[in-house]
Design a protein around this ligand. Structure first.
Ligand SMILES: C[S@@+](CC[C@H](N)C(=O)[O-])C[C@H]1O[C@@H](n2cnc3c(N)ncnc32)[C@H](O)[C@@H]1O
Length: 223
């Protein structure tokens, strides 16, 4: 495994507790103000009966979809996050990393596969997305919410590549941050395409008072 990809998993393992606290106390302003509602509404607009929440973290989205009557499976590599999710209840949860999903270990199909700020790596994400068509029912959709390349690029060159991470805006108690793989808009569409997926729609929800998008939401279907 690429060194960056391993660090991502190590960092999430080390920071599972402060992350759970941050999500459950609604400490992250952009989530509270915009992105939680956006991802929920986007998934609900697909009218799924079954959903898979890849990189579910402590499980808030799986719980929210389950509360809407959608049979939802949350998957995350970090056992302590999955255990927190199970303890909170609502939805089904399994501990599995993207490499296992990519290798066909997940025997489940859904009308929506959703990844909410959970596609952080490079080749791990390219490989995971290639497994998504086999997880989707006919006519199903992949829904991805991620950092908007325009807002996240900063002063660095506008090219795909590894960037240093930060816990800024997430609250207290975090250790070292994980690297993440920046993708341009062309990069995202290209990685969908190599996975046999085509972009069907996208959203750029504004972050109030900033004149900037709070996130990028991609809705993709099997080609
Ligand atoms: C920013 S959190 C988002 C969590 C959740 N989707 C949410 O909206 O709160 C990213 C999640 O992706 C998970 N993740 C990252 N890389 C992963 C991998 N290779 N396999 C499985 N989960 C992974 C992390 O463990 C973490 O829970």
């Amino acid at each position: 495994m690429d060194e960056h990809e391993q660090i991502i998993l190590d960092v999430w393992r080390d920071n599972a507790a402060p992350w759970t606290h941050a999500v459950r106390t609604h400490a992250i302003a952009s989530r509270r103000l915009v992105t939680d509602r956006v991802i929920l509404d986007t998934v609900l607009a697909q009218h799924p009966r079954h959903a898979i929440d890849l990189g579910c973290g402590e499980g808030w989205l799986t719980r929210a979809l389950s509360a809407e009557g959608i049979d939802t499976l949350g998957i995350d590599a970090i056992l302590s996050l999955v255990e927190s999710a199970r303890t909170a209840g609502g939805g089904r949860f399994i501990a599995m990393d993207y490499a296992e999903v990519s290798n066909g270990a997940l025997h489940e199909r859904a009308d929506v596969v959703v990844c909410n700020f959970a596609l952080l790596g490079g080749t791990s994400v390219d490989t995971l997305l290639r497994a998504v068509p086999a997880l989707l029912e006919p006519g199903g959709a992949l829904v991805v919410q991620t950092l908007h390349p325009f807002s996240a690029c900063g002063d660095a060159p506008y090219v795909d590549g590894w960037r240093e991470g930060s816990w800024q805006g997430c609250g207290e108690g975090f250790g070292k941050a994980a690297p993440w793989y920046f993708r341009t808009m062309q990069g995202w569409i290209g990685t969908l395409k190599q996975a046999g997926l085509r972009l069907a729609d996208m959203l750029e929800p504004p972050l109030p008072g900033t004149g900037r998008p709070a996130s990028l939401v991609l809705i993709a279907r099997v080609c």
